[in-house]
Ligand binder design. Structure first.
Ligand code: KIV
Ligand code: ZN
Length: 528
């Protein structure tokens, strides 16, 4: 058993050889995908939850990519209690040196170095031949090993690499000291049988294969990421790289929650196990969805809103008589609690604090007071306040805690008569400014008013509205994505008034862009 593997309580009867190491890349591959950028604090929050949940290895970022990535990998390394903290590095000396520096504070750190091995990557991306790839594999793994005895090597685009050459690369990596060898399906091209065959071939043919852990890293371009990863495990891989909610480049990575629950639910045909506390999966999914502002598809396996909802009469009848008739796993096993009617306007601080605890939130005193005031205001306007309402409210409170721009007041004139008009007051660094704008509809007028107060060039590639709960008094949840200089930021806002929610979402995205801009050049958009 590798040092990465920690046996959960009560797992004595499970064989170490069947333990599947869960390597989470939400903060690296996931964060890399357009629009999913997280702030420093958000990354720490996600890492803390992954660590608590039993994730074996957290790939915390790509330290050479930016100062922000370096800082978050370093801070996560300092804070992690159980997980191995991993940083990504290309097959270049500087990447590896900086990665080693970033993971230094970790109790257990890993350097993950990679190079493209396929003919397409050799010819078009790097313009190097096979011999040069082999020499870079050896040099990069050797350098990484000079810093740590926990080194992962990845053959980028492995599934489109000539099998013989792939085997020679894997052999070189093992000889140079790699302890984990990752076989990525970088472009999501493989099929389950094919991928299993590839893993099996490598395990059988490469000298020294029995001394390392083989890993899968499957992208979801054909919707086969989870199936391919599980096939890889059946064929001999014992690490799966995955991400919460399947976040990742393009169509994403294998979804962590699906991998873990498939292994747990079908242990009859896949006799493997993981160290994940599955009752934390729903919380993790919600957290990642909140900080990235990426909504979870309603019918998404395991964590979708409908994953445990039974609509048809026959199904409902069956589940009421015996849940196993239509449920292959229990909602409790993934941490799903029945949505409950929370409280009304007469509920006090104590009940509210208890509810927050039950939903998994721990707020400091000031944040708690602000959330409580907003809860009271919501309960005044909305007859029934549900768990989802509280989550939307607190998520917004947390997300906007350090924002420089805040929505103070909004009045909108809408309807058929026109012109639609918005009068908006924003608080910017403690100073209030008001502007009145007309527009092509109330949303347009509101966004124009924001632009008039905070001039900026960002484009709006996404504006999306959904209801948090049922009923005409439901809170609207709005997502706004802004794009400036090729970078995107997504904001989320909620309120029983859709226009207020829209203004909050836009301002939230703008705050994220400003924060990023300020990190890059201290004289930010606002200051100029
Ligand atoms: O998809 C991929 O090949 C990667 C590597 C860096 C492991 O993300
Ligand atoms: Zn990837």
């Amino acid at each position: 058993m590798s040092s990465d593997q920690k046996k959960p309580k009560g797992a004595k009867t499970r064989a170490d050889k069947d333990r599947v190491v869960i390597f989470d890349t939400t903060l690296r591959d996931g964060e890399q995908c357009p629009g999913a950028t997280m702030t420093f604090d958000e990354k720490l929050e996600v890492a803390e939850l992954l660590d608590e949940m039993g994730v074996d290895i957290i790939e915390a970022g790509f330290p050479i990519a930016s100062q922000g990535d370096f800082d978050s990998v370093q801070e996560i390394s300092r804070r992690a209690k159980n997980s191995v903290i991993c940083g990504l590095a290309r097959a270049q000396a500087k990447d590896i040196d900086i990665c080693a520096e970033a993971i230094k504070p970790a109790k257990r750190g890993r350097i993950h170095t990679f190079i493209g091995t396929s003919p397409l990557h050799r010819q078009y991306q790097m313009s190097i031949d096979e011999a040069e790839v082999l020499s870079r594999v050896t040099a990069s793994v050797t350098r990484a090993r000079s810093y740590t005895d926990n080194v992962e090597w990845s053959a980028m685009d492995a599934t489109r690499t000539e099998p013989d050459f792939l085997c020679r690369c894997v052999e070189a990596a093992i000889k140079a000291g790699a302890t984990t060898v990752n076989i990525p399906d970088t472009v999501g091209y493989a099929t389950p049988d094919e991928f299993a065959g590839l893993i099996r071939m490598i395990v059988e043919r490469v000298p020294g294969a029995d001394t390392v852990i083989f890993s899968t890293h499957c992208h979801n371009d054909l919707g086969l990421a989870v199936a391919n990863s599980l096939s890889g495990v059946v064929a001999g891989a014992r690490q799966v790289e995955c991400a919460i909610n399947g976040l990742g480049e393009r169509a994403g990575n294998a979804a962590l929650e699906e991998i873990v629950m498939a292994i747990r639910t079908r242990s009859d045909v896949m006799p493997f196990w993981t160290g994940i506390d599955t009752t934390m999966l729903t919380r993790a999914s919600k957290l990642v969805s909140r900080v990235t502002a990426f909504p979870v598809q309603y019918n998404k396996a395991i964590v979708g809103r409908n994953a445990f909802a039974h609509e048809s009469g026959i199904h409902q009848d069956g589940v009421l008589k015996y849940a196993g008739t239509f449920e292959i796993m229990t909602p409790e096993s993934v941490g799903l609690k029945e949505s409950s009617l929370v409280m009304g306007k007469h509920s006090g601080r104590h009940a509210f604090r208890e509810k927050l605890k039950e939903l998994g939130y721990e707020l400091g005193d000031n944040a708690f007071e602000d959330a409580f005031v907003r809860f009271k205001a919501l309960a005044d306007r909305k007859k029934h306040v549900y768990d989802e309402d509280i989550e939307a409210l607190v998520d917004q409170e947390i997300a906007s805690a350090h924002d420089r721009i805040k929505v103070v007041a909004l009045t909108v004139i809408a309807g058929t008569g026109g012109p639609q008009k918005a009068t908006l007051t924003l608080d910017i660094d403690g100073k209030q400014q008001t502007h009145e704008s007309t527009g092509d509809g109330p949303v347009d007028a509101t966004f124009r008013a924001i632009k008039a107060i905070v001039p900026h060039e960002a484009r709006l590639p996404l504006y999306q509205v959904s209801a948090v709960t049922e009923g005409t008094d439901a809170q609207a949840e709005v997502l706004v994505r802004l794009e400036a200089d090729g970078k995107t930021a997504t904001g989320r806002g909620s309120d029983t008034d859709t226009m207020v929610a829209s203004a909050r979402a836009y301002v939230s995205a703008l705050n994220k862009l400003l924060a990023r801009e300020a990190r890059r050049k201290p004289e930010s958009m606002l200051a100029s």
